[in-house]
Design a protein around this ligand. Sequence first.
Ligand code: CU
Length: 219
Amino acid sequence: MVRVLLSFLLITIGLMVAVSAQEVATANIVDANGKAIGSAILMQIGAKLEIDMKLSGLTPGLHGVHIHETGKCEGPDFKSAGGHFNPTHAQHGLKNPTGPHAGDLPNLQADEKGNAPYTESTDHVTLLDGPASLFDANGSSIVIHASADDEMTDPSGNSGARIACGVIERVVDHSKETSASKNSPSTSGEAQGFSLSLTTIILGLLALVLLLMIVLNVL
Ligand SMILES: [Cu+2]
């Protein structure tokens, strides 16, 4: 019973974090043949962008991960994604003294089955407006490479071929609901509907937790 209560609390907290995010984006990651191998969720929480990915079908070991400058993933080489997102014109590499590119991220580690959970955060890019916004004129994408990124060598850390790619797409945009309603009422309606349903879920879960607590006390 306590476990059930705890898991409900965790789900509620998770959903509250998701809602407190100023903006949320997703990316469906596809391999060179266009086959889906996982997805990414990007959440803007204050100045930090949290990136959560779950991928499968990779070769075991380390793989370079970067945000590339164009939101276009055309296989098999994904050259369409352009270079690394680099609005400050820095050099590549998180360990490079004259770096990094804003889109540089730590490597991901695929296990022996080729599965890779990935959670990292960065304050070099944002889903909000500004020079480091991933939603610039041509969008942005997440690219996974064949080899590990040495985090030092310009321009891409010797991380080899681009093996998977996902276009970063907006999910909820609280900051732009007003301006969006001027331009496109349908989009704004959808966004509001989404956040409303999330609020409903949270309220429902809170009610459930309260109910469980009451039941626990009675027992
Ligand atoms: Cu890259």
